[in-house]
Design a protein around this ligand. Structure first.
Ligand code: COA
Ligand code: ZN
Length: 295
């Protein structure tokens, strides 16, 4: 049976745009729950300015208390050099670097031109090799940008090529605003895979979907048909980018697991445990919203 690998991002992408904030202890409970469901890659937070994203404050502290579970890797998102240093100091050895492929989105998200983001990534790539850090790269708005419209296919491909040349271990194609119309998703995936094969890229190609416009399910299906075996997802479909107007949730992990199982793929995920964890999280959310964003 073929395996589909799920990258669980609830503690990071799931929480970063919500109107409630989990305490470090509650995040820890969430992460523990995810490991018990069977997830092996969990993005537990981001090393960003807490003034920009208060939901992600305390990620360093969280890294200090994560349960060591054999086979489980914990990821942290980084936006720049400083993020790398903070993550390294916190003991994070799996990092995801975010670079948006349009100028407007990159400026809004990480406050620098795309070329500067790339220059920092090149330095981080070298440093990561020396430090034994594994690096994934998020290509944000690679399908569609909320400010600049549909992303030019050639431009998207060029960025994928750059990431493969750099030798990042995982290239994550992110539909940041959930506006990747399925025919465009198919077009890009059909072009990316042969290009990476020609380059002999040995790493992972991941897909990061959002459900803002209801495209996530169709995109996941067509990606599965095209051989994509790595997907990001968030429990209960929480999430979104704080710098994207009207951003909505990630593809729900539950839905993706269900889809994979229906299509005959193994995920290693216990659906009952996941459903329980999701209920717990949604109840916690409701409770927090009712009392007004308190910890
Ligand atoms: N983590 C924490 N603090 C950081 C940081 C990081 N990765 N990078 C910079 N800072 C701090 C600086 O130390 C400085 O602190 P000070 O005000 O106490 O002196 C302050 O942020 C400003 O530094 P500067 O380099 O001018 O950063 P900036 O204001 O241009 O902001 C980011 C850049 C990336 C840190 C900020 O825009 C950010 O955190 N964005 C969030 C991105 C995000 O999480 N998006 C969603 C996920 S994709
Ligand atoms: Zn996202």
């Amino acid at each position: 049976m073929q395996h589909v690998h799920l990258f669980e991002t609830t503690p990071r992408d799931g929480l970063q745009n919500e109107k409630f904030i989990l305490s470090t202890e509650q995040k820890l409970q969430l992460v523990r729950g995810l490991t018990e469901c069977g997830f092996r890659k969990i993005e537990v937070g981001s090393f960003v300015n807490p003034k920009a994203v208060p939901q992600m404050a305390g990620t360093g502290e969280l890294f200090g208390s994560l349960p060591a579970v054999p086979g489980v890797n914990y990821y942290g998102l980084i936006p720049n050099r400083k993020g790398y240093e903070l993550a390294l100091a916190a003991g994070c050895r799996h990092m995801g670097y975010v670079l948006a492929v349009t100028e407007t989105m990159n400026q809004r998200n990480v406050r620098m031109p795309v070329a500067e983001s790339f220059a920092q990534l090149e330095e981080i790539r070298e440093q990561a090799r020396r430090d034994g850090v594994r690096l994934r790269a998020y290509l944000a708005v690679v399908f569609h940008c909320p400010f600049e419209g549909p992303t030019d296919l050639a431009r998207a491909l060029e960025w994928v090529r750059k990431m493969a040349d750099l030798g990042v271990e995982d290239i994550c194609l992110a539909d940041t605003d959930g506006n990747a119309a399925p025919e465009r998703t198919a077009l890009l995936l059909d072009a990316v895979r042969p290009m990476l094969d020609r380059m002999g890229y040995p790493g992972i190609l991941s897909l990061h979907l959002h459900n803002t416009y209801g495209y996530a399910d169709r995109n996941a299906r067509l990606a599965l048909e095209r051989g994509i075996r790595h997907f990001d997802a968030a429990t209960a479909g929480l999430g979104g980018c704080p710098f994207v107007p009207g951003a909505k949730g990630n593809i729900p992990t539950e839905a993706l697991v269900q889809l994979c199982h229906e299509e005959g793929y193994a995920t290693g995920i216990d659906q009952e445990k996941l459903a329980g964890l999701s209920r717990w999280l949604v109840a916690l959310k409701e409770q927090k919203l009712a009392v007004g964003n308190s910890r």
